[in-house]
Design a protein. Structure first.
Length: 71
């Protein structure tokens, strides 16, 4: 980049494939992306503002899936 800068995209509801596409250096869009899928592990029945028990196995699965998929 001629500006010697880094760009980060917050991808709250997108897929791994889209994050790979947006952060592909050849496209010169984003340097990296991060998502918020892991925040949903304690949403009871998908209810964002309700308090629920955290599902640790779901958290591990989400983080592993994204780490492996983005690698």
């Amino acid at each position: 980049s001629k500006h010697n800068s880094m760009t980060v995209g917050e991808m709250s509801s997108t897929t791994i494939d889209h994050c790979i596409k947006y952060s592909n250096p050849e496209r010169q869009e984003l340097s990296m992306t991060f998502n918020f899928h892991h925040l949903k592990v304690d949403y009871p029945n998908g209810e964002k503002w309700a308090i629920g028990e955290m599902d640790f196995l779901a958290l591990k699965d989400i983080l592993s899936t994204w780490q492996t998929g983005m690698n």
